[in-house]
Design a protein around this ligand. Sequence first.
Ligand SMILES: [Cu+2]
Length: 125
Amino acid sequence: MKKLFGVLIVLSFFTVIISACAVGGNTATGPNPVHMDSMSFTSLSITIKKGEVVTFINDGASPHTVVNGTWNDGTQKPGVEAGAPKTNIQVDGYGSGTVGPFNTAGTFQLYCTLHPGMKMSVVVK
Ligand SMILES: [Cu+2]
């Protein structure tokens, strides 16, 4: 029994070390992935189908707070378009989160409140 515990502890250590080595990449996945680095979305736009969600995957250490609206010349322009899913999620460093489902066709803007200019849009067909 003690031996089993020892093996489990060694395995947990390896897991921690492997996770720490994942700097600069995040192996998390999900429907319609959009990656984020330390200060931006790596895609400015994603096209999805009605009823789908978007998965935000943070490849950097800094957290992001994703809400409805956009940045315009360094100024936050919050706003929820008709038919947009009301969004306010925190994505921790190296974490991930989902937004949606998007049930209405259209173009919906999302931005990060923490990083000026960090914005993207979701096109729902
Ligand atoms: Cu951000």
